[in-house]
Ligand binder design. Structure first.
Ligand code: ADP
Ligand code: ADP
Ligand code: ZN
Length: 214
């Protein structure tokens, strides 16, 4: 099963993608996590990506598309995957589509996690991220068992630089301009499924499972 997660920054794509990955035993692939790992390791890609990420802008397609195509060509992706944060532009979606078509394959579902802008700043300012394993928490809604420590791997949790309110506003504007058109794009392909992302995490997940199992 090949699934794409759509939704504003902070809508809960990563949270749901990880739950889907665990349930269906497919990899959770987050381009944001891949960039953050590169930043942490001081790679050339990381240095370039950081310039854009810190401003709340998208990393250019030239740096993003090949990275993703290489990742999904990996052996662990042969039974499917859940993409979180890719595609974010129509050109990215077109490349993915044409690569899959070449292989006689396709995306099965584009799950749109719908959360209004009003809720987003609060979601982001309370988000705490594990840069080691990619897990995310929320200080009020989804707290870790021990404050500041990742339940899954024991690493320290951080407030991402790009989750500060000034940057969040930019990211939302970029989302509406460059990423939101993908909702119509996948609707036209008849694979769009929208869920109400304002519900609690488990309810959103059961709505998604009902769609995937239908
Ligand atoms: P969120 O879902 O909270 O917006 P991500 O972790 O998915 O955050 O992405 C963080 C940042 O990484 C984005 O703001 C953008 O700069 C960059 N990024 C991630 N994925 C892509 C992509 N597919 N295309 C361009 N930039 C990306
Ligand atoms: P995205 O990947 O779309 O940027 P995340 O999955 O990282 O979003 O979620 C953003 C923030 O909101 C995190 O702090 C996360 O713990 C929290 N969150 C995720 N889903 C919910 C939910 N259903 N209700 C409340 N908070 C949530
Ligand atoms: Zn962790």
């Amino acid at each position: 099963m090949k699934i794409i997660m759509l939704g504003a920054p902070g809508a809960g794509k990563g949270t749901q993608a990880q739950m889907i990955a665990d349930k269906y035993n497919i990899p959770h692939i987050s381009t944001g996590d891949i960039f953050r790992a590169n930043i942490k390791n001081g790679t050339e890609l990381g240095k370039k990506a950081k310039e854009y990420m810190d401003k709340g802008l998208l990393v250019p397609d030239e740096l993003t598309v090949q990275l993703l195509l290489d990742r999904v060509a990996n052996e662990d992706c042969k039974n499917g995957y859940v993409l979180d944060g890719f595609p974010r532009t129509i050109p990215q979606a077109d490349v993915l589509d044409s690569e899959l078509t070449k292989l006689g394959d396709k995306v099965d579902y584009a799950v749109n996690v719908d959360v209004p802008d009003e809720n987003i700043v609060h979601r982001m300012s309370g988000r705490r991220a594990c840069l080691k394993c990619g897990a995310t928490y929320h200080i009020e809604h989804i707290p870790p068992k021990t404050e500041g420590i990742c339940d899954k791997c024991g690493s320290e949790l951080v407030l991402r630089d790009d989750d500060k309110p000034e940057t969040v506003q930019n990211r939302l504007a970029v989302y509406h301009e460059q990423t939101q058109p993908l909702i119509e794009y996948y609707d036209k392909k008849n694979i769009l499924k929208t869920v109400d992302g304002t519900k609690d995490m488990q309810e959103v997940f059961s709505d998604i499972v009902n769609i995937l199992n239908a």
